[in-house]
Design a protein around this ligand. Structure first.
Ligand SMILES: *[C@@H]1O[C@H](CO)[C@@H](O)[C@H](O)[C@H]1NC(C)=O
Ligand SMILES: *[C@@H]1O[C@H](CO)[C@@H](O)[C@H](O)[C@H]1NC(C)=O
Length: 396
């Protein structure tokens, strides 16, 4: 028996054929001309990533771009780029669109990286932060810190203390800085000198020491930074170890296999790694490192907003996925009431709440009885008091 197609099916087939015809015409327009033989991607200017393809044949190349490419191309001078809106290819990164051009310029939104909060803190909030700063400084415990042999947790403890010094500068309370600096020197030095028996830093022995702390340890600091943020293929480090120059963000698992496929988890670690690298450039007056770090910070942020923060109206992912993805507010808030949720984790949630409701977040932060080992009351207060709305209200 023959099944005749329903009118609906027939219209779909006809639509498909018409679409197919458009594709065939488009493809035949390009297939006989140019084809790519290699590609390059490089950060050429601040906040600018350039793709260039080598090609053979004649005419322009037809390539496919994802949604973030299209967004970043629109903010750059790409007058000669032709975007074929009808030429789409559905992929796990959403609809890819045809783009006709041998080179693309992708421009991200500039991030003005600096040591302190960008919006600033109203001086009327200084006393509250200073009182917490005095207490956190007094309680820095070198012995406890140096009993941590995991590099991950030792790093968090040191970074927590370094942040206290920055906050001290920001709230004009330099009296605590010498004590914090002493803690930092005594905790970082044994590690960098490899005298820290638990898990010392091993580095290339050809480097020589020079008199001052910053200069003495510059090779080690640069070696750590270059390990994940080198652009030079001639160095002994991989070019941008974790950063994916196509997707435009870093992979949490690097190039290792991951059971659930590609892994953009740990977005804040990625953003902070490039932020830290920019600060290293700032500290050593190295504009190249500062600019590359700033660019990567910015691309990473835009990429997180595009792929990882699944907005209600996103068209990239399937409807069901978007619907199930309303996790932070609807899923996390009730979960915070559970007895097994540590205070440290709540601190991060309240920090996020501080972005849209700083007063409510502040109350909850002041009630916390513990903090994540990389976090402190001082740090959360600095964060919540420097959110834009907070500053505006404070200025009224
Ligand atoms: C001071 O810090 C300690 C340890 O971090 C903490 O247990 C204590 O509650 C803090 N006191 C004040 C007044 O913030
Ligand atoms: C830290 O350890 C040293 C040596 O073991 C000891 O003399 C000192 O009292 C300890 N300090 C604190 C604050 O526990």
């Amino acid at each position: 028996m023959i099944n005749f197609p329903s009118p609906l099916m027939l219209s779909r087939v006809l639509f498909g054929l018409r679409f197919h015809l458009i594709l065939v015409l488009l493809l035949s327009q390009f297939s006989s001309t140019a084809y790519p033989v290699f590609g390059e991607a490089a950060f050429t200017n601040p906040f600018t990533l350039e793709y260039r393809w080598g090609k053979q044949g004649f005419g322009d190349l037809l390539m496919l771009a994802h949604q973030l490419h299209l967004q970043l191309m629109s903010s750059a001078e790409n007058d000669k780029v032709v975007i074929l809106k009808d030429f789409t290819y559905n992929s796990m990164d959403g609809d890819l669109m045809g783009v006709v051009r041998d080179s693309w310029i992708l421009k991200s939104k500039p991030v003005p990286i600096t040591w302190n909060s960008i919006q600033g803190i109203d001086t009327k909030h200084f006393p509250r932060i200073i009182s917490s700063l005095d207490n956190d400084t007094k309680n820095l415990n070198l012995n406890a810190t140096m009993s941590i042999t995991s590099l991950y947790f030792l790093g968090k403890a040191i970074a927590r203390a370094a942040r206290l010094a920055l906050v001290a500068e920001e709230v004009a309370h330099p009296v605590v800085i010498p004590h914090i600096l002493k803690f930092l020197k005594n905790s970082i030095r044994p590690w960098l000198d490899s005298t820290f028996s638990g898990n010392g830093f091993l580095y290339e022995s050809k480097w020589r020491a020079r008199p001052q702390l910053g200069a003495t340890y510059k090779p080690q600091a640069y070696s750590l930074m270059s390990d994940f943020m080198s652009q030079n293929p001639n160095f002994q480090y991989p070019v941008l170890r974790n950063f994916d120059l196509w997707k435009l963000h870093s992979w949490a698992a690097g190039i290792f296999e991951f059971p659930d496929g590609r892994n953009q988890e740990s977005t804040s670690e990625a953003v902070n790694a490039y932020y830290a690298a920019s600060l290293l450039g700032l500290a050593y007056g190295d504009s190249e490192v500062f600019e590359l770090g700033s660019s990567l910070t910015s691309f990473e942020i835009m990429s997180v907003q595009k792929w990882w923060h699944v907005g209600e109206n996103t068209e990239i992912y399937a409807e069901d996925f978007v619907k199930e993805n309303r996790e932070l507010v609807e899923w996390t808030s009730p979960a915070l009431k559970r007895k097994d949720i540590a205070e440290g984790w709540k601190g991060f949630y309240y920090a996020m709440e501080g972005i849209y409701d700083w007063k409510s977040a502040l109350g909850k932060i002041l009630d916390l009885t513990g903090f994540d080992d990389g976090n402190s009351l001082t740090n959360l207060l600095r964060w919540v008091y420097s959110r834009r709305h907070c500053f505006c209200e404070g200025s009224k």
